[in-house]
Design a protein around this ligand. Sequence first.
Ligand code: NAP
Length: 289
Amino acid sequence: MKITFIGLGIMGSRMAANLIKGGNELLVWNRSQGKAEALKQSGAKLASSVVAAVKDADILITMLSSPEVIEEIALGKEGIIMNAKKNSLWINTSTVNPSFVEEMAAKAKEAGLRYLDAPVSGSKGVAEKGELIFLVGGDNKDLEDARPLLSIMGKSINHLGKVGDGTKMKMVINLVLAQSMIAFSEAVNLGVTSGLDESSIVNILSESPVVSPFLKLKKSKLESKNFSPEFSLKWAHKDLHLILQTAYESNISLPLTAIAKEVYGMAKQDGKGDEDISAIYEYLVSKKF
Ligand code: NAP
């Protein structure tokens, strides 16, 4: 079986490395070739173009940043959809929005491809350990074909329903994730500005039941003030945008999410987009209103 992996950023590079460690031959493509070169040393073969990457693949996995980027790589004469083999299975693991998934899956189907949405919960370290949580939408048969590969990259595979349903669950999770990071940051900011010691606040909060395991993982970033990206702040902003688009399409209002989106937007505008999501703390602390 021929497997192709496209998109070797923070997440994709680690997921692809695990597939190779798990004994799979992998053909890879990434816009910046240097990241593909790094995987070559682990045994990956490099494709010279998207067309070369997908034309013989039985299964192709994408881990690209956003709907816009997936459109760029998937559509058009040189794109995935026009060049992939008939009946091949496209597994999209990126975080996009459900209506975009439905649109891409329909285009893929028209061209004779099969499609699964399989976004992931879990960040850089979890991806490296092969312990991601997959949120899958699509046909049972397609999931069974994907399962051996997903099992190498993840510890849990959740089949939510039809195409798009995995991504609906991802929207739900990331709403909590992005808002809780801001709530945590505001809480620490309140404590510090009212005179408490920062490390005591962070330590006590982290021990307390109100703080999630995700936020506990961010404790060292707040302490060290090293905000190198595990999950970039600009992707949290993108996800809140996609969540609000989904809410609009579902005819509901998410007022707190809308505020959270604009807070990340201001931090991005202030130059923090490429830093970790936890840099929102530094941004909030630096602003005196
Ligand atoms: P990342 O490190 O920024 O990687 C993004 C990937 O997209 C890279 O391969 C990048 O290529 C590619 N890309 C961006 N713009 C492109 C373009 N115009 N043409 C072609 N390729 C392009 O991001 P990541 O953290 O791995 O996240 C990837 C996806 O997973 C996102 O949807 C994110 O929301 C989601 N996600 C991330 C995490 C996390 O903790 N990091 C967790 C769950 C889900 P280059 O290398 O050339 O830039």
